[in-house]
Design a binder for this molecule. Structure first.
Ligand code: C2E
Ligand code: CA
Ligand code: CA
Length: 565
C-alpha cells in the first residue's frame, strides 16, 4: 500500500466514527459517481436496510436538487461547498445542510469526494415556532404588532391602487379603570372577550391584530372604496356596545376608532399604522370615527414640543390663574370665582387651555398642574381675605381633570392646600367632569366622600355633554350641576336647548342640587335662567375671566364689601 492509499483508507475508516451521515464517492469523467464507503448514519438516512453501494449512490443521485448541486461542485474546481437540502420524503421532511469536500486525490483520472449531512430540522422548527410565537399575541392568540406590520407590508406590495385597503385602530376607552379597579386578570378577560367580538364584526379577508394593551388594529380590504371602512368602523362600534359581563358585574366600555386609507403617498406600513393612531387620538376627543388627514403629523409634532414647553412653564411658574365670577342669580351677588389656567407663552402668545390641558392629560403633567392650580387658587383667596380684612363670603372653584382624579390623591392635595392657606373647606369647590366620575364610580365615590369630609363643595362640570348616568349622580355627594354652555349660550333661539336646560334644572332640584349655567352672554339669557330657578350664572355677560387684581376690584365694585360692612 502506498502512503497515499493508507491515508485514503484511514479516511474511510474514520467515516464510521462520524456521528453524522457521511459517504465517500468517486467520480470518473462523465460516469455516475460510485460509492466508496458510507457510514452507518448514512445508511440509515438513505433508508435502505440491505444497502448495496449502487443503491445508495443512486438513491442520492435520484434527487434532482442533490444531483445538480453535486454536479456544480465537481465542475466548480472548489475544494468544498455547502448547500441546504430538503429531504424529498413528504411525510417527514427534514432539512439538511449538505457538505461536499474533495478528498486527497489518489490519481489524476478520478476525483474522490465526501458527502456529509447535518440535520437542521430541529433548529429550523424551533426557529419557526419562535417566529410564530414572536408574531402572536399570547393573551388573545391574535397576530401582534410585528405580524400586523408584516401583513400591511404585504398589502402595500400586492394590493393595487390607493384606497384599496385601510387600517383601523380601535382603542378601548376607560379600560385602564377596569384594570385598576378589578385587577389585571379581569382586564385580561375583558381583552379576550373584546377580541372575540371584534373578530365577529369583521368580514373574511380582514385581519385583526392586538398592538398591545387595549389597542387593536384591523387591516381592511376595501371592496367598495373608502365608505367600506366607515361601515366596518360602525359594525365594530356596535359590537362593543353591548355591556360585557365580568364576574358578576356588567361593564360598559367604549372605543375610539381611527382610520387611515392607503394612498399613493404611503410606502411604509409604519406610516399607515401611525396615521391611524393619530386619527384615533382625535377620535378620543371627538367621540366620532376619525379618518386621518394629511398634515396631522406636523400638528402632532407641535403638540409634542408643547409638552416640553408646558413642563418648563409649570416649573418656571409661568402659568397664571384667571378668575371668572360665579353669580348667585337668585340673590344677585357674587358667589365665587372659577379659577381658569392661563398660559402666556413668550414666543407663541396666549395658548388656550383647550389645547394645553389635553396635552397635560396625555403627558401626565396634569398632576403637577392640577396641584399648582389648587394651591394657587386657595392662596389667592386667602390673600383677598387678608386685603379685605375679613373672611369674604366667596369661594374659588378649581377644575380637576379626570386623569388627575385617577392618578393623584386629591383628598391629600386639597387638605394640604387648605392647611397652607388656612382656609375652611367650604371656601373651595372642585369641578369634576362626568366622565371622571362615571369612569370609575367606586373609586370616585370614595374620593368624593373624603373630599366632603373636608367640607369641600363638589360641582359636576359640563353637565349634559357626557354619559349622564343619573343612577350615579343620585348616589354621589354632588352639590352643583354645571350646565354646559353649549345648551345655554344660544338657548333662547333653540327649543331643544331650552328643554334640556329645563330638564337639568328640574333634575337638580329633585336631587337637591344647585345649578350653574355656563356661557351666559346676554341679559335675556340671564333673566330667563333666573326665572327658571337656576342658582348661579357664569359668562361673558357678567364678566370674562379676570386677572386676580381685577377680580378683587370686581368684588369691590359689586359692593360685596359694602354690603357686609
Ligand atoms: P370649563 O371648565 O367649562 O371652563 C369654562 C370655559 O368657558 C372657560 O374657557 C371660560 O373662559 C369659558 N367661558 C366663560 N364664559 C363664557 C361665555 O360667556 N361664552 C363663552 N363662549 N365661553 C365662556 P377656558 O378658560 O378657555 O377653559 C377651557 C377649559 O379648559 C375649561 O372649561 C376647563 O375644562 C379647562 N381648564 C381650564 N383651566 C383648567 C385647570 O386649571 N385645570 C383643568 N383640569 N382644566 C382646566
Ligand atoms: Ca369648569
Ligand atoms: Ca364647563
Amino acid at each position: 500500500m502506498t502512503d497515499g492509499a493508507r491515508v485514503h483508507a484511514d479516511y474511510l475508516a474514520i467515516l464510521n466514527a462520524l456521528p453524522i451521515p457521511a459517504a465517500a464517492f468517486r467520480s470518473e469523467g462523465n460516469l455516475a459517481p460510485v460509492l466508496l464507503r458510507a457510514n452507518d448514519c448514512f445508511v440509515t438516512l438513505a433508508r435502505i436496510a440491505t444497502a448495496t453501494s449502487e443503491c445508495i449512490a443512486s438513491r442520492v443521485m435520484e434527487d434532482p436538487a442533490m444531483a445538480a448541486a453535486i454536479d456544480d461542485f465537481l465542475h466548480s474546481g472548489a475544494n468544498s461547498s455547502k448547500f441546504e437540502w430538503l429531504d424529498g420524503d413528504v411525510v417527514d421532511r427534514h432539512h439538511y445542510t449538505v457538505g461536499l469536500s474533495l478528498l486527497p486525490a489518489e490519481g489524476e483520472d478520478h476525483r474522490d469526494w465526501l458527502l456529509t449531512f447535518i440535520d437542521r430540522t430541529a433548529a429550523i422548527e424551533a426557529e419557526r415556532s419562535l417566529r410564530a410565537e414572536m408574531l402572536r399575541d399570547s393573551l388573545t392568540g391574535l397576530p401582534n404588532r410585528s405580524a400586523f406590520i408584516e401583513a400591511v407590508d404585504t398589502a402595500i406590495e400586492t394590493e393595487s391602487g390607493p384606497a384599496s385597503f385601510a387600517v383601523l385602530i380601535v382603542d378601548l376607552t376607560r379600560f385602564s379603570r377596569v384594570n385598576e379597579s378589578m385587577g389585571a386578570l379581569a382586564g385580561d378577560e375583558l381583552i379576550i372577550t373584546v377580541a372575540r367580538r371584534l373578530v365577529s364584526a369583521l368580514r373574511s379577508g380582514d385581519l385583526l391584530a392586538r398592538l398591545g394593551g387595549d389597542e387593536f388594529a384591523i387591516l381592511l380590504k376595501l371592496k367598495d372604496g373608502p365608505g367600506d371602512a366607515l361601515h366596518a368602523a360602525r359594525r365594530i362600534h356596535a359590537a362593543l356596545l353591548t355591556p360585557f359581563r365580568l364576574s358578576d358585574l356588567e361593564i360598559r366600555i367604549d372605543c375610539a376608532i381611527g382610520c387611515s386609507l392607503m394612498s399613493d403617498a404611503i410606502n411604509m406600513s409604519e406610516d399607515l399604522v401611525r396615521n391611524a393612531q393619530f386619527a384615533m387620538k382625535r377620535a378620543k376627543q371627538s367621540g366620532r370615527v376619525e379618518v386621518y388627514q394629511p398634515g396631522e403629523v406636523a400638528v402632532a409634532r407641535r403638540r409634542f414640543s408643547m409638552e416640553t414647553e408646558l413642563r418648563r412653564a409649570i416649573e418656571a411658574g409661568d402659568l397664571k390663574l384667571a378668575y371668572q365670577p360665579l353669580i348667585d342669580l337668585q340673590g344677585d351677588r357674587i358667589a365665587g370665582f372659577e379659577a381658569l389656567t392661563r398660559w402666556e407663552h413668550a414666543d407663541y402668545g396666549f395658548i388656550s387651555p383647550v389645547d394645553f390641558i389635553s396635552v397635560a392629560e396625555e403627558s401626565g403633567l396634569i398632576v403637577p398642574l392640577g396641584r399648582w392650580a389648587v394651591n394657587e387658587a386657595t392662596q389667592t383667596l386667602a390673600k383677598w381675605d387678608a386685603l379685605a380684612g375679613e373672611i369674604l363670603p366667596i369661594y374659588v372653584a378649581v377644575n380637576v381633570s379626570a386623569v388627575q382624579l385617577v392618578r393623584d390623591d386629591m383628598a391629600a392635595v386639597t387638605r394640604n392646600a387648605l392647611e397652607a392657606s388656612s382656609l375652611h373647606g367650604s371656601r373651595l369647590m372642585l369641578e369634576l367632569t362626568e366622565s371622571a366620575i362615571i369612569a370609575d364610580p367606586e373609586r370616585s365615590g370614595r374620593m368624593l366622600k373624603q373630599l366632603k369630609a373636608l367640607d369641600i363643595t363638589i360641582a359636576m362640570d359640563d353637565f349634559g355633554t357626557g354619559y349622564s348616568s343619573l343612577a350615579y349622580l343620585q348616589r354621589l355627594p354632588i352639590d352643583v350641576l354645571k350646565i354646559d354652555r353649549s345648551f345655554v349660550t344660544g338657548m333662547l333661539g333653540d327649543r331643544d336647548s331650552v328643554a334640556i336646560v329645563r330638564a337639568i334644572l328640574s333634575l337638580a332640584s329633585a336631587l337637591g342640587m344647585n345649578t350653574t349655567a355656563e356661557g351666559v352672554e346676554t341679559a335675556e339669557v340671564a333673566q330667563t335662567l333666573t326665572a327658571l330657578g337656576c342658582s348661579y350664572g357664569q359668562g361673558y355677560y357678567f364678566a370674562r375671566p379676570l386677572a386676580p387684581d381685577d377680580a378683587l376690584a370686581f368684588c369691590i365694585r359689586s359692593g360685596l364689601f359694602k354690603k357686609r360692612a
